[in-house]
Design a protein around this ligand. Structure first.
Ligand SMILES: Nc1nc2c(ncn2[C@@H]2O[C@H](COP(=O)(O)OP(=O)(O)OP(=O)(O)O)[C@@H](O)[C@H]2O)c(=O)[nH]1
Ligand SMILES: [Mg+2]
Length: 431
C-alpha cells in the first residue's frame, strides 16, 4: 500500500531516497532486560520506517553516561564502524536526552536517532484518518517542544527521522510560541473528534450489542484475526504499527448473536510517552468494550514479555483487565509452531479463557467463537420467571436484549426462561 509519508520534520521523503543505512546501539546495564532482543525489535522498527540495519553495538556499563549515553571509547568505535560500513545514521534503543543527542551528533557527525523518533516516524507515515494525523502531529510537536528546552542554535541538528533531511531554515523559524499555539489548536480539534466518537459509543451502548476489543502487541495478528472473524479486509501487513485507526466490524456468532469487534493500534515496549498521550482516546478503545480479546503471537520467542507489555500498557491506560471485564487470550500463529511444541508451556494465567489458533489458516477460530459465546453468556443471568400480562413491556426487553430459551403464555402470565444481560435485571424487577 502506498502510504503518504509525512515524517518528523514534515517533508515528503518516500520517493527518491536510498534506504538509510543504520547502526543500532544500546547500553546493557545488566538489569535483566534482554538488550539483544530489544535491538532485534528496533531493527524491525527501522525496517518498517524504511531503513536498513547494517550493524549493532552493545556496551556493558553500569550506568548510562549523561553526556554521550555510551562511554567515550565506545563512541569512537561507533564512529569507526559508521565510516567502515558507510552508515548514514545511528539509532539508540533508548530515548536520548537533548544533550546526549547533540553531543553524539557532534562526536559522530552523522544523523543520530532514537527509538522514539523512529516510532514517531512510523506513526507519521501510517496515519490515515483525520484523527490519526492530528494525533501524530500532536505527539511530534510535544516531543519537539520537549527537546527544544535549553536549545538554541543547534536546532538544525534535530534532523528528524529516517529518510528525513535536516529541518532546514524554514523549520528553524518555528519557535516555541508557534509550536505551543499549534499544540493547543490540535488539542481542541482532537477533543471534538473524541466527542463525536463518544456519541457513537453511546449509540452502541444503547443498542446493547456487545463490543469485543482486540488488543495485543504490534504485529501479533490482530487485524488478520478481525478479517478472519468478520470476513472483512482490513489492512494487515508484516510490519509494525500497520494499524493506527480503530476499526469496528460486526459479526454474527454461530448462535445468532450479533457482536462488534474493534481492532486498533498495537502496543510495544517503550511506547513513547507523547504518543500515548496523543493517542489516548484511540488506545482507550478497550475501556468501552464488554470483553477484551488479547492476541499474542505464540511464534515470537518473546511472547511472554510481549504479553506483559500489553498488560502493563492496559494498566497505564487505566483499563483494569480482568477485574473490569473478561479477558480471552488468543495465542495466534500456531501454524508456525512445530507440532511437538504446540501449547507446551504457552499459557496466560491472567486470562479468563485461552484459545490457540491460526488467524491465517483459520484453524481454531470456531473454538474461539464458541468461547466468546460462553464468555458473553457469563455476563448474563439465567432467569426463570412468570411475568403478569401487565408486564408485557418487560418481556419485550428480554426479546430485545436477551437470549430467549422458553416462552409460554399461561393463564396467570407469561412464563419465560432466558439469559439476559445483567444490566437489564433492574428494569425487569429481578435484581
Ligand atoms: N503464519 C502466520 N502469520 C500470521 C498469522 N496471523 C497473522 N499473521 C501475519 O502476521 C503479520 C501481522 O499481521 P497483522 O494482522 O497486520 O498484525 P497486527 O497485530 O494487526 O499488527 P499491527 O496493526 O501492525 O499492530 C502479517 O504478515 C500476517 O500475515 C497466523 O496465524 N499465522
Ligand atoms: Mg493491525
Amino acid at each position: 500500500m502506498e502510504q503518504n509519508r509525512q515524517t518528523e520534520t514534515g517533508y515528503d521523503t518516500a520517493k527518491d531516497l536510498q534506504p538509510e543505512r543504520m547502526i543500532l546501539f544500546a547500553a546493557d546495564t545488566g538489569d535483566g532486560y534482554d538488550v539483544q532482543k530489544s535491538l532485534a525489535e528496533l531493527a524491525e522498527l527501522v525496517k518498517t520506517a524504511g531503513g536498513v540495519t547494517v550493524a549493532t553495538l552493545i556496551q556493558n556499563r553500569e550506568k548510562i553516561a549523561g553526556d554521550l549515553y555510551l562511554g567515550k571509547g565506545k563512541v569512537e568505535e561507533l564512529k569507526e564502524m559508521a565510516n567502515e560500513l558507510q552508515a548514514t545514521g545511528v539509532v539508540c534503543d533508548d530515548e536520548l536526552s537533548p544533550a546526549q543527542l547533540m553531543n553524539l551528533q557532534d562526536a559522530l557527525d552523522i544523523k543520530v536517532l532514537d527509538r522514539t523518533i523512529v516510532i514517531l516516524d512510523i506513526f507519521a507515515s501510517h496515519a490515515g484518518s483525520y484523527e490519526g494525523k492530528l494525533q501524530v502531529e500532536l505527539a511530534q510537536l510535544k516531543f519537539r517542544a520537549a527537546r527544544l528546552v535549553g536549545m538554541r542554535d543547534s536546532l538544525s541538528r534535530l534532523g528528524g527521522g529516517i529518510g528525513t533531511r535536516g529541518p532546514g531554515e524554514k523549520k528553524l523559524e518555528i519557535d516555541r510560541r508557534v509550536i505551543r499555539d499549534r499544540i493547543s489548536r490540535l488539542k481542541s480539534e482532537l477533543r471534538e473528534v473524541a466527542l463525536r466518537r463518544d456519541e457513537q459509543r453511546k449509540k452502541r451502548t444503547v443498542s446493547r450489542i456487545p463490543v469485543i476489543s482486540i488488543v495485543g502487541y504490534t504485529n501479533a495478528g490482530k487485524s488478520t484475526l478481525l478479517n478472519r472473524l468478520t470476513g472483512s479486509e482490513v489492512y494487515a501487513e508484516d510490519q509494525l504499527f500497520a494499524t493506527l485507526d480503530p476499526t469496528t466490524r460486526n459479526c454474527k456468532l454461530p448462535g445468532g448473536q450479533q457482536v462488534l469487534f474493534t481492532d486498533t493500534v498495537g502496543f510495544i515496549r517503550k511506547l513513547p510517552h507523547h504518543l500515548i498521550e496523543a493517542f489516548r482516546s484511540t488506545l482507550e478503545e478497550a475501556k468501552y468494550s464488554d470483553v477484551i480479546l488479547h492476541v499474542v503471537d505464540a511464534s515470537d520467542e518473546n511472547w511472554d514479555q510481549n504479553m506483559n507489555t500489553v498488560y502493563e500498557t492496559l494498566r497505564m491506560l487505566q483499563i483494569d483487565a480482568r477485574s473490569d471485564k473478561p479477558v480471552i487470550t488468543v495465542f495466534n500463529k500456531m501454524d508456525l509452531l512445530p507440532q511437538e511444541e504446540k501449547t507446551a508451556g504457552i499459557k496466560d494465567l491472567r486470562a479468563d479463557k485461552t484459545v490457540y489458533l491460526s488467524a491465517k489458516t483459520g484453524e481454531g477460530t470456531e473454538e474461539l467463537l464458541a468461547v466468546i459465546e460462553d464468555v458473553l453468556r457469563s455476563l448474563k443471568s439465567y432467569i426463570r420467571h412468570t411475568f403478569s400480562y401487565a408486564e408485557a413491556g418487560k418481556t419485550g426487553l428480554i426479546h430485545k436484549y436477551g437470549e430467549l430459551l422458553t416462552e409460554e403464555y399461561l393463564e396467570d402470565g407469561i412464563f419465560i426462561e432466558a439469559y439476559v444481560p445483567k444490566t437489564i435485571l433492574g428494569s425487569l424487577g429481578l435484581e
